[in-house]
Design a protein around this ligand. Structure first.
Ligand code: PNS
Length: 171
């Protein structure tokens, strides 16, 4: 095991929300290094391309010295092995999120251990009340419907214009 405590925070980030940023900030306080990684989720068909999501994540984590952003085309556990990360963090808003995350935690630990002889644990970070209602899908719908005032409560100011322009360029 590395002496540096390295964690990864994988997600779809389509687009990144203030809820994600809250988890990133808190994760960055716990670990020596946090790698935020844009991964593929088979069940989702992302609206924003991978590079745009990486760019937006870099903008909103600009002030966090121990945070890096990457993209990876493979399994979360494989990326953890590649980074030497023994921890994965996930934000959970409610019981549904916990139910969804529970088997992922177990599978990721098994992949790391059995395929790569690597220890990978998952820490759930409860989202703060201010971000309780945040979801990337709500943000996409709000922006598509031009509800900019409400959308701006859930997206970091530094990327609001990017998100709006990218959504408009899809039409
Ligand atoms: O932001 P999301 O959509 O909740 O993130 C889900 C994500 C991307 C973390 C998850 O789908 C994932 O880990 N995808 C990579 C493939 C993988 O490792 N799946 C889990 C083991 S089968």
């Amino acid at each position: 095991m590395s002496t540096k405590r390295i964690a990864i925070y994988g997600g779809t980030f389509d687009p990144p929300t203030l809820g994600h940023l809250d988890v990133i900030r808190r994760g960055a306080r716990i670990f020596d290094k946090l790698v935020v990684v844009v991964l593929n989720n088979e069940a989702k068909n992302p609206v924003f391309n991978v590079q745009s999501r990486v760019n937006m994540l870099r903008k909103i984590t600009d002030d966090l010295n121990n945070v890096e952003v990457a993209a990876f085309d493979g399994l979360l556990a494989q990326f953890a092995v590649k980074c030497g990360a023994n921890y994965s963090i996930r934000g959970v808003r409610n019981g549904f999120d916990v139910e969804y995350e529970r088997p992922m935690f177990d599978l990721n630990a098994q992949i790391a251990e059995e395929e790569y002889n690597h220890k990978l644990d998952t820490l759930f970070i409860p989202t703060s009340l201010a971000n309780f209602n945040t979801s990337s899908s709500f943000v996409r719908e709000l922006l598509a419907g031009k509800a900019f005032k409400v959308a701006s409560k859930y997206v970091d100011k530094r990327i609001l214009n990017d998100v709006v322009e990218l959504i408009n360029s899809k039409k």
